[in-house]
Design a protein around this ligand. Sequence first.
Ligand SMILES: NC(=O)c1ccc[n+]([C@@H]2O[C@H](COP(=O)([O-])OP(=O)(O)OC[C@H]3O[C@@H](n4cnc5c(N)ncnc54)[C@H](OP(=O)(O)O)[C@@H]3O)[C@@H](O)[C@H]2O)c1
Length: 335
Amino acid sequence: MVRVAIIGATGYTGAESIEILLRHNRAQIAYLTALKDLGIISEIFPQFKGRCDMAVEPLDLEKLRDCADVALCCLPHKVSMEYVPKLLATGVKVVDYSADYRLKCTSAYEKYYSTEHTDKDNLSKAAFGLPELFREKIRGANLVANPGCFPTGASLGLAPLLKNKLVSLKGIIVNAVSGTSGAGKTPSAAFHFPNMNEDLFAYGVGVHRHSPEIEQIASEVAGENVEILFQPHVGPFDRGIFSSIYCDPKKEMNQLELIELYRDFYKAEPFVRVLDNPVHIKHVAHTNYCHIFPTFVKGKVVVFSAIDNLIKGASGQAIQNMNILFGINEMEGLR
Ligand SMILES: NC(=O)c1ccc[n+]([C@@H]2O[C@H](COP(=O)([O-])OP(=O)(O)OC[C@H]3O[C@@H](n4cnc5c(N)ncnc54)[C@H](OP(=O)(O)O)[C@@H]3O)[C@@H](O)[C@H]2O)c1
């Protein structure tokens, strides 16, 4: 059994991670930590009553060293890079959910996150945890940077086109909508129910933090520099990310060939389904699946992708990565 600590267990992604681990046959929850919301986890999240009644404690590194093999680090960015070096020093493997170990270019990190990167040593060693594209690098890692939710949906939608050099690398647009759980548990005026309910708006116009991450993945897959116009929106639903991706084709293809290309690219992937019709966030809610529908509209390739931001966009993908790290079937806990 792999012994799992959840650092930041009282947040949205921490709770989703507990839920998945309770179904996992090869891993067990060993330690739950937080900063302010301490107590019994099933009193904080009553859905765990009788299923997980463990204490949530402040992090004690000696205890972590004794009780865990891996830490799922569900902390906010900037906070993560204070904790991760200490977690790694105890000998556990770490899957980090934050943005702190995703961007290889520290100047991009410092520009988009307005802070100096304080753990460049571990940043250079971190594997980027998008299994469908970088599985081999994840396998031997001690630290996995779990991707952002928008970058997961966008990259899985774009990768077959970029890898096969089928679209122009100029003028790619990713237009995406997230549910409100993407913002985490801390309340804010914009997400207050009467404000958010029946509303939908664009945010981070031209400056969203996931832009450089989407471009980093796209450039690695394409083998050359790719610039992408990424525009996120938030809509009045709890969970899900719906992305519409627009590109200019470089090669003549018909609809059947396009679908076949995607099916072939993802044929060995347990969590990517290529559909013949537009995708829905409801169809992937509470699952680790990404649904993709590629098509042509007025001479452009248009790809729609849908994921659950809390599962394939965070906790599910993290546990998929944990499974890879420990040689466990990737679908364990996520079926
Ligand atoms: N939400 C999503 O859809 C999503 C998707 C992909 C990636 N992520 C990333 O995953 C991470 C967690 O997101 P979330 O939505 O779960 O956030 P959240 O709901 O705000 O939860 C944050 C957790 O971190 C703990 N925490 C905060 N500051 C801390 C500190 N200084 N020291 C120790 N613990 C601290 C909180 O503990 P207390 O109970 O003590 O406050 C809480 O358990 C973030 O980096 C986020 O960007 C989130």
